[in-house]
Design a protein around this ligand. Sequence first.
Ligand code: BGC
Length: 561
Amino acid sequence: MSLLAESKRVAAEFEYVDDDVRKAVVEFIDEMNEGLEKNATLMSQIPTYVTAVPNGTEKGLYLAVDLGGTNFRVCSIQLHGDTTFSLTQSKVAIPKELMEAKTATELFSFLAKQIEIFLKTHHEDHFEKHIKRRMTASTPEGYRNLEYFKLGFTFSFPVHQVGINRGTLIRWTKGFNIADAVGQDVCVMLQREIDLLKLPVTVAALVNDTVGTLMARSYTSPGKTGTLLGAIFGTGTNGAYVEKLSKITKPMDGHFDESTGDMVVNTEWGSFDNNLKVLPNTPYDAILDKDSVNPGIQMFEKRISGMFLGEILRIALVEMVKKPEIPLFSDVNSSSNDYHSTTTIAESAALYKQWGVDSSILSIAEADNSVGLRVLRQEIEKSLGVSAPSIEDAQAVKEIAHAIGKRAARLAGVAIGAIVLQTGRLGSLTVQPPKPSSEIVSDIKSLHLQDAAAATVNKLADAALPLTGAPVSEDDVIDIGVDGSLVEFYPGFEDYMREALRAMEGIGAAGERRIRIGIAKDGSGVGAALIALVAARMEKPEDHVNELRKKLVEVEDAIEE
Ligand code: BGC
């Protein structure tokens, strides 16, 4: 078989057709609802105790910290109240030995120390003022909160959240391994170390990065209805959305403001369909999963996110290289190729190393449309460790990488579409065609519909309106905030997601046009600050971290006196 034919065959294995998309949406909605009804389901559907999204008018100075990977970030955010903000930040690599420290105290005291350094460097005034207050703090009113920074703690590990600033660690991931932290409240651990340093900081909110993204987007891009969903398509994938409180029927322990009737839910959709009822499963997906540290877990994430796409490509290419009849990376005739050299793969090449290939090669392959595929060929040399690849090799890599990336984006579309449908946001529709040119158009000029009827109207509207160009009323926009390397750097990721959305029953082309997708940078900073703000408004005297801190201070004051 020719290389071209074989690469087309492999690429076809990744095809994910409209019918598959529709089946997956139905299953996704089922699993979402199951997660709202009971615990220990595939999609965790974690209530975050955030019950409202911002509208851009929020003001104030907040602190945020972000622990979720190799770096620890500390930032202060000044919300200006006009949808803008200024951010000051510092970033420090987490020493490897702390990721596997003997006790959690070692890690959390390091984090508190970084907060102290940050405050001294960037907020000396505030810091000094606080210290002076502290020395006269033994007043009848007790400890004063006025000068305290409210801190939003973005902690992107699986947490069983039981309040806006309460949550116990379920397990570590991403190279962290500190046994005594599991089962402990991560906010309490951080607050304890902050208080030992006498810093003017209260851990006010515990935040998943998707929730931060939702809040950040809602602040910077306010519409009449607020942002519906915050989604990450980066190293991992996940989404948090605004759900009706009445739909969450499983028990919720913590206090929260019920007045909005809403609750932000962290879906943890990475584990959608771990049983592979509807997800595609090529031989390459199966190899990746079998050799992973968590076989059978995060099956949706393993087909979508940046941590895995490079590995799927690597496995597919290795399987091709193994076949002697397929001439991939085997150009032995140096006189006939334009590099005038023989294609070779060193034994130590990244192509042969598990997790050796970064997903960025997929974006590079997609972006290189030059005749000679020069950029991609250089990348194959650099990141696969194949020297002097031919044009045909690069074409094969491009074909397969494209198929993997497109499937990932269409799967991402499934999650977005399912949430749009689940929340019924398409239920009321105001179609505003620019110049009604047919009777149907004038008939549906302004329709307000409920769930089931919306599908019919979508079809009517599809028939009547051109794919692009028809303006969507601001009232009808469904706003979605996204972040992560795939949406940011993979060319056409959004287009493929949209293609999938158009294929869905109940969305169609008319519904898809109403979905506005925008990048929400810095969710872990500004988003966490916004949640700290919401938390401060909700704060109750019995708030447990506050209580804990007050007690600690009382004891210290007694000792000082
Ligand atoms: C984690 C989520 C996180 C996502 C994106 C996943 O692996 O389980 O909590 O939101 O990655 O960072």
